[in-house]
Write a new protein. Sequence first.
Length: 145
Amino acid sequence: MSKSIAQILKRKGNEVWCIAPDARIYDALAMMAEKGVGALVVMEEGQVVGLFSERDHARKVDLCGLCSQKAIVRQVMSVDICYVTPQTSVDEAMSIVTESRSRHLPVMENEQLIGLASIGDLVKASLEEKDFVITQLKKYIKGVH
């Protein structure tokens, strides 16, 4: 049985770094560097309105000739976001990131942001699960109980 997003959040915590859509891109980049994260959830009036990631910066700021000091997050943030719930399985979340080509999934419960699952979190959980199954199969084969 696949782990759930709730289990990932239990281990890593629910802390999510957010930024306003009218913040300067430079400030978003500085926050991401300070916090050691690759994306920020964009919040306006308590609602998720987008995601700003390193990928958004690379593809929509630099390549479009925008200035990070002057342009704002709203101009380049991703707005077509896929969400998951705590009950979403890791396997299902992996399918979502693969199909949507996204690297971060906001975790929503009762229309509230409660966490963020990255592709790294999902891969780690998936590998841990597979390692557990392999260990159990080896014990079974050897007759160890």
